[in-house]
Design a protein around this ligand. Structure first.
Ligand code: SF4
Ligand code: SF4
Ligand code: SF4
Length: 272
């Protein structure tokens, strides 16, 4: 049963959030929302333990499509970073604010960038592209993420400062147009840099939250040095170029780990 522990723990964490928010906010949506996400993620981890090849993709599609189509498209919640600023400025405790707090700000202290590996609807599409492992060296253009972060904040601030009416409607269309732009830019970058995750590495504004918080992540992959034969297979299969053989928190690209477990699956000595 020990091997199912992580799957069980994830379910317990999400159910705790679901029940707490349901009872404190008196809103059954939170019970449904976080139960669904928790069940999807623990199902993905369960399938991984069962050695199902597409386990992570199952969780990614279940959560990603739910957020993109149901929460974003049908319920009209802007789940992108602009939605977070919007609800933060209005002081409304809505799904987007809670989503950011759980998945992208405080959650990474527990499960690192699990969001990026198992739930993000942008990566859900990018992971279908052909460059699962980068074919070109990493570029020094990560500073672009600060610009996209600033643009998102300035955009929403400007709407409030200019007293634009019907901001809710604008936020809905910002969600639709923003996603289209993310997909187009992400796909173009993937082909230009021959790297499916180029968008995550250089452009995504959410990494401004994710990277520093995941530095302290409780859940992280460690290397048993006594078993490791320095074959380098873990580095060769890593989509994020993490030096997972270094156990220190300062490991190269350590805050990029999306917990995809490709390194673990491919280690010939079960050192990870
Ligand atoms: S870095 Fe951004 S786009 Fe990439 S998976 Fe994470 S949240 Fe999604
Ligand atoms: S794949 Fe395993 S044995 Fe090879 S370098 Fe990585 S941790 Fe060491
Ligand atoms: S291959 Fe390993 S180190 Fe690289 S992102 Fe996946 S889990 Fe993290």
């Amino acid at each position: 049963m020990k091997k199912y522990f992580l799957s069980f723990i994830m379910l317990v964490i999400f159910e705790t959030v679901a029940v707490t928010l349901w009872l404190t906010q008196n809103n059954t949506f939170y019970l449904f929302n976080f139960s669904y996400i928790g069940i999807s993620i623990s199902l993905g981890i369960f399938l991984y333990v069962k050695k199902y090849k597409y386990a992570r993709r199952v969780a990614q599609l279940l959560v990603g499509l739910y957020m993109l189509v149901y929460l974003g498209g049908i319920c009209g919640e802007n789940m992108q970073i602009e939605g977070f600023w919007y609800y933060l400025f209005t002081g409304v405790f809505e799904a987007a604010t809670i989503h950011y707090a759980v998945a992208k700000i405080f959650g990474p202290l527990l499960f690192g960038r699990g969001w990026c590996g198992y739930a993000c609807w942008t990566a859900m599409v990018l992971d279908f592209l052909p460059y699962k492992v980068p074919k070109t060296p990493r570029k020094k253009i990560g500073w672009i993420r600060y610009i996209t972060f600033a643009i998102s904040l300035i955009f929403v601030s400007a709407l409030f400062l200019a007293h634009i009416g019907n901001i809710e409607r604008i936020m809905f269309w910002a969600f639709i147009i923003g996603n289209v732009i993310y997909y187009v830019v992400g796909i173009i970058l993937a082909f230009v840099f021959k790297d499916n995750r180029a968008f995550c590495k250089y452009i995504c504004p959410i990494t401004i939250f994710l990277k520093p918080m995941s530095y302290f992540s409780l859940l992280r992959i460690k290397c048993d040095k006594s078993k490791c034969i320095s074959c380098g297979k873990c580095k060769n299969v890593c989509p994020m170029e993490v030096d997972v053989t270094d156990n220190s928190r300062k490991r190269k690209n350590g805050t990029e780990c999306i917990l995809c477990f490709e390194c673990v699956k491919n280690c010939p000595r079960d050192a990870l």
